[in-house]
Design a protein around this ligand. Structure first.
Ligand code: FAD
Length: 477
């Protein structure tokens, strides 16, 4: 089969020739990044196609960053199985990829008698789901562990395995490792249409035509639309569910050691109080259904309510200023479970409807996609030796770059981001394609001044470089 050449990019700067690939992954959210990694590690030729100027432009940019055990997931669901597979995989690879883990554990707190009853069921569900080490805490035991909790609580269930991770470094690490194994990444590359000729997929994208033997649809909030565009009809329907968050300033972190969860209901896990990997405390998310797939706006009423709820659970939080607010959209669908759809005849897998646990499940979903496609008689050569590509640490509880000599200059004083870190982001195999991407790679402009002080310097340092990062085709040599 002849090689495919991508057309000039929308700015007319770049020709990015790619050969025919084994797998085209549509979407650079956490699921797409993990999927690209899984196939690349096996020796497949992979291209990841992302419509935005950087990866993590959809649901994966704004979540709670919790690594879930699956204790409250629907028993027997695909979500439970893949979340637990993803959880174990994250722990197994986080060392060599330099990915952090803030071992907080979580407490599901009952505030009423009704909560307490429901918590009994959740404890049994946890054990049934294989999370055996849950522990009942009396109010006194819960308060001994979390002295700032409101003393009105009726009891709590401790889930020691629920932890906090870095929601941005993890997918970046997965994709960086995929690139080291030969994967290519094309940003500003929206998939507009696709046809299957019985052997190959021909994908029309904003940057030209891509030919692939197999396609994995990881388009998140657009997963159903991609099926319509390529398969003719969708097997599910995305129903975006917004979650708003409030981020408290860093002194809040000494008020909370354990993630505080409410007793979940059928529809949502409820409002969580959790430390972030960057040293703050977040409260959220809300659960608001909407039709719009793009607008993740915040509103004052919801944010005030979150602050009030936080203050009811941990009264001292009311004294801490709020640093930041944000919202994310969950790619929920008309059903609760993930919407995985495999069409073996057409060499297609959709990893869709990955609603609220995809950060945890991403590595599990990726393995599942590999199993589904390899079962369709696809033979791969012997996998090459694994190349490990550790990413820079951004976690507050681990050594940061500013603590090592020779960093040059502190660019962002709120988050203590050095010039060396900014330069490293631009030198990396996947440089930021936009300013948000730079923030996610370095923490610059994410602190209490929200770029008031560092904005001008960052503009100077990044001038012309974000666009040229996009113009350079990402491929390993
Ligand atoms: C409020 C909230 C809280 C959450 N909390 C947690 C948590 O604590 N723990 C946890 O494990 N999970 C959590 N999640 C869930 C997790 O964030 C999602 O499950 C996950 O991000 C879904 O990732 P994805 O890759 O499927 O989709 P996305 O991140 O949306 O990625 C899809 C990508 O596809 C691209 N795309 C779309 N259409 C096209 C096209 N035509 N061509 C090319 N590219 C395209 C998009 O630009 C996007 O980058 C939370 C989610 C939200 C919103």
């Amino acid at each position: 089969m002849a090689d495919t050449t991508l057309a000039d990019d929308p700015m007319g700067r770049n020709r990015a020739p790619i050969g025919t690939v084994d797998v085209a992954v549509i979407g650079g959210g956490v699921v797409g990044c993990a999927t690209a990694r899984a196939f690349a590690l096996l020796g497949a030729r992979v291209v990841l196609l992302e419509k935005s100027t950087d990866i993590l432009a959809g649901a994966s940019k704004g979540n709670s960053a919790l690594l879930h055990t699956g204790f409250d997931a629907p028993p027997g669901s695909l979500e439970l199985r893949l979340m637990q597979l993803g959880y174990r995989a994250y722990l197994a690879i986080r060392g060599p990829l330099n990915l952090p883990l803030l071992e907080t554990g979580a407490m599901v707190v009952a505030w009423t008698d009704a909560d307490l009853q429901r918590l009994e069921t959740i404890a049994q569900q946890a054990i049934g789901n294989g999370v055996q080490n849950v522990e009942w805490l009396s109010p006194a035991q819960a308060l001994a562990r979390e002295p700032e909790l409101c003393s009105q609580l009726r009891g709590a269930l401790l889930v020691p395995g629920e932890h906090v991770i870095d929601a941005w470094s993890a997918p970046l690490a997965y994709l960086t490792q995929a690139i080291a194994h030969g994967a290519q990444v094309l940003r500003q590359c929206e998939v507009q249409r696709g046809t299957f000729d019985g052997q190959m997929w021909w994908l029309d994208t904003a940057r030209g035509s891509v030919q692939a033997r197999y396609v994995v649809n990881c388009a998140g909030l657009y997963g159903d639309l991609i099926e319509q565009r390529c398969l003719g009809k969708a097997t599910f329907e995305i129903r975006p569910r917004k979650g708003q968050f409030v981020v408290f300033d860093k002194p809040a972190a000494r008020l909370v050691r354990t993630t505080i969860l409410p007793v979940p209901n059928e529809r949502t896990k409820g409002v969580v109080i959790a430390r972030t990997i960057y040293g703050n405390v977040l409260v959220g998310p809300t659960a608001e259904d909407q039709l719009d797939r793009t607008r993740a706006t915040v509103d004052e009423t919801a944010l005030r309510d979150l602050v009030m709820q936080a203050g009811r659970m941990i009264p001292a939080l009311a004294q801490i200023p709020v640093n930041a607010i944000y919202a994310g959209l969950r790619p929920a669908s008309e059903q609760k479970d993930y919407r995985v759809h495999c069409d073996r005849q057409r060499h297609w897998v959709t990893l869709g409807g990955i609603r609220s646990t995809g950060l945890t499940a991403a590595l599990g979903l990726a393995t599942h996609a590999v199993e589904l496609l390899l079962a369709s008689s696809w033979q791969l050569p012997t996998p090459p030796a694994t190349i490990w590509t550790p990413v820079p640490n951004l976690a507050e509880h681990l050594p940061r770059d500013w603590q090592r000599a020779g960093y040059g200059e502190i660019v962002c004083y709120c988050e203590l981001v050095t010039r060396r870190e900014i330069e490293a982001a631009f030198q990396s195999p996947l440089p930021p394609g936009d300013f948000s991407g730079l923030r996610r790679r370095t923490r610059a402009a994410m602190g209490r001044c929200q770029s008031f002080y560092c904005g001008a310097r960052l503009a100077e340092l990044t001038q012309g470089r974000l666009a040229s990062a996009l113009a350079t085709p990402i491929r390993s040599e």
